[in-house]
Design a protein around this ligand. Structure first.
Ligand code: TRP
Ligand code: SF4
Length: 402
């Protein structure tokens, strides 16, 4: 009933590195050409953990947008915006909070995990407890169908789905809904009306998911229905409520295959990362000074690639011939470590070249970035306002809409 739409956000807590690119960003770049996408800087989310040190948020926000553009996010295809510039997210967060059981928030695994992990911060705050609720508002406000995120975020998406279901259940009631739905069925014409009723029964009595899908597809094609009747019939399929908010699905982002310079997960806090747009000399130096198999003390000592973090980079960046050359050369001491690292240096620089190029335009003229974001915020806000009109009305606040 509502168009397919992708929503995802990232917190501006520091510069992006190649691990982010090989994990999330590459996936975003791919999705932008498949479906309408909204990507945003989750600056309020950054404040939930960094409320006592907000100084890095502003610079990180703009750097991050430049990183996205550098990575190939195309503002002509995707909508890029900043969370705090679409204040409707906060309004929905507040309204959702009214009926959100505390236990749902307390039980989200990231709540306790992060508190333990970031023990140097006091995260026993109201804002931090509400983190997943704000995230739910970010997504539900666009009636998004898909949310590309990493595995750690799955519980958050599950909670969003429950919130949407609960919201529709509580506020999707309409006086005389059943009668109105029956009226709308008649408007389908007798053949379709019969099919609709049969499929609905199959789904409700036997839980057949394909019957539900088939009925939805039929409604999508039915042309002589008004928006409101269509909405009723979608809601009536699954129960006796209007669907005001949509339950989104996860699109799992594969974990980055790119390890850090020391073989551990790439992370800025481990000091083992390469920034997305790091300058060439630094990249070259970082790779040339990477640790290797500790058994190779002298050039003449044979080594074992399986014990070397450089080999892990070859597995991401090199073709079979090069990999063969590494395996043989290392184990026979036929090649030296610097020699072995050179193809990795070349491949990383080559990968970054178009990124540096694309970024240059925006670094030379930052007003371009502001314009892209301003335009994205306008677009996002229009969509958010549409949903909020329905939400307010459903919650008895219709008089606040003009
Ligand atoms: N919590 C997400 C993360 O840490 C960031 C985020 C905030 C987000 N709002 C979102 C992701 C909405 C997807 C959709 O990665
Ligand atoms: Fe690592 Fe390559 Fe040196 Fe072998 S030759 S230890 S794989 S850097």
């Amino acid at each position: 009933m509502y168009p397919d739409r992708v929503v995802s956000g990232m917190r501006p807590t520091g510069a992006m590195h190649l691990g982010h690119y090989h994990g999330a960003l590459k996936n975003w770049v791919k999705m932008q050409s498949e479906l309408p996408c909204l990507f945003f800087v989750a600056d309020w989310h950054a404040l939930t953990t960094h409320y006592d040190d907000p100084s890095i948020i502003e610079t990180s926000t703009w750097d991050m947008v430049v990183d996205w553009l550098a990575a190939g996010i195309d503002p002509a295809q995707a909508t890029l915006f900043i969370q705090s510039r679409v204040p409707e997210h906060a309004e929905l967060h507040l309204l959702l909070s009214m009926a959100t059981p505390l236990g749902w928030l307390e039980r989200v695994p990231t709540y306790k995990d992060q508190q333990e992990k970031l023990a140097d911060r006091d995260l026993a705050t109201y804002g931090f407890l509400g983190y997943p609720l704000l995230q739910a508002a970010d997504v539900l406000i666009y009636r998004a169908s898909l949310v590309p995120v990493g595995e750690d975020q799955i519980p958050h998406i599950e909670m969003m789905r429950e919130l949407a279901r609960r919201f529709n259940h509580l506020y999707g009631k309409e006086k005389g809904f059943e009668e109105k739905a029956q009226e709308a069925i008649k408007k389908l014409g007798s053949k379709r009306a019969r099919m609709y009723t049969e499929l609905r029964t199959e789904f409700q009595e036997q839980g057949k998911a394909d019957a539900l899908e088939q009925a939805k597809a039929m409604l999508d094609e039915a042309q002589n229905l008004s928006m409101i009747d269509r909405e009723r019939l979608f809601g009536y399929l699954e129960g006796s409520r209007k669907l005001i908010l949509v339950e989104p699905q996860v699109r799992l982002t594969e974990a980055s295959r790119l390890p850090g310079l020391d073989g551990q997960k790439m992370s800025k806090s481990y000091g083992n990362s390469i920034a997305l747009r790091e300058d060439k000399d630094t990249v070259t130096k970082k790779i040339r000074t990477m640790p290797t198999d500790p058994a190779r003390v002298r050039r003449t000592d044979p080594g074992e690639p399986e014990k070397c973090p450089v080999w892990r980079l070859h597995q991401v960046y090199s073709d079979d011939t090069t990999k063969e050359w590494v395996l043989k050369g290392c184990r026979s001491a036929g090649i030296g470590c610097l020699e072995c690292k050179q193809p990795v240096v070349d491949a990383v620089l080559k990968e970054q070249e178009p990124m540096r190029e694309r970024a240059q335009k925006y670094l030379d003229d930052p007003s371009l970035v502001r314009a892209i974001v301003a335009d994205g915020c306008d677009k996002a806000r229009k969509l958010a306002q549409e949903t909020m009109r329905d939400v307010r009305e459903a919650m008895g606040l219709g008089y606040t809409s003009v």
